[in-house]
Design a protein around this ligand. Sequence first.
Ligand SMILES: Nc1ncnc2c1ncn2[C@@H]1O[C@H](COP(=O)(O)OP(=O)(O)OP(=O)(O)O)[C@@H](O)[C@H]1O
Length: 341
Amino acid sequence: MTTNATVTAASGRPLRTPKASSGPPIELRHVHRWFGSTHAVNDVSFIVEKGEVFGYIGPNGAGKTTSMRILSTLDEPSSGDASVDGFSVIDDPDRVRSRLGFMPDYFGAYQNVNVWEYLDFFARAYGLRGTERRRAIESTMDFTGLDELARKPIDGLSKGMKQRLCLGRTMIHDPSVMVLDEPAAGLDPRARIELREMISRLAEAGKAILISSHILTELAEICDRVAIIERGQLIAVGTVDEISGCVEEEITVRLRVTNDRASHDQTAVIPWLSRHAHVKTVVATKEGVTFHLVTEQPQRDATLAGLLAELIGAGFGVTEFTSRGKSLEDVFLHVTKGRVQ
Ligand SMILES: Nc1ncnc2c1ncn2[C@@H]1O[C@H](COP(=O)(O)OP(=O)(O)OP(=O)(O)O)[C@@H](O)[C@H]1O
């Protein structure tokens, strides 16, 4: 994802640029965390670059929240270290806090507080004063689309609006790093899309974003890279394509052929496919036929093109031939065994 410091809020007002950094925005180095006999985080290391959206995926109890809390200085590692812009969470937690915004996976209930007062509270906590504080609140409300709701009590907000407000409180001090724990949980489809757009705009403005989710397909669309964690250990880090390349590629193909020639209709294509060396699980559907094509990642396109040529060569009138590789969800299910601790 490219960095662009002139990205603007919905109103056209520019987002403020992140402060200069002296190290990678996010770095975890051999982080371990024990809770009694539970090894919640086991030797986790990764770096997130400026302007990057980095997805953190794992089943329940995998260690995502614990590692995010350590990075956000809410917990300490048993060994190893983590840093933000080069500042250690152990040696320099105050500097880390001033550069990082943490969005927890719950929204604390507050009574008799409106949207403005809520953001004002966090702006004060970050030491913003006078005009600077007012500008920070206005620009945050503008970015999150909450400006119409400034005086609305927050316990009357919808789930989607509360998540916007929570994101707003996370960015109020203009951090260079944002850590978002399950931000899309419980949102309806429209609110999820809006949240995704806001996260992309924050990354375009140069912020490094670490985001965890169970909504794997959503992460595939916004993340530059992902890490898969299971039972405290990282088991894969890379782009979705890189991680897919580590596992055997199984492409789902949807095929439709014309049935105006008696010998080469949908019925004829099924036994033809079933005899093919790379094809398995041929299923007739209302719309045509679906099957799995097994291949190795580097040969994926050549195998697909070859099969299409063979079908046409065999006399089938192909009217539809669409393929779908592994989604992030498929990769996740393939790589993890769903083990919890
Ligand atoms: N304060 C704690 N005391 C004892 N055990 C803990 C504590 N916090 C987390 N754990 C344990 O550490 C492991 C990792 O938990 P963590 O909350 O980090 O996982 P997670 O991947 O965020 O899971 P989820 O998606 O369910 O939130 C789990 O076994 C959990 O029970």
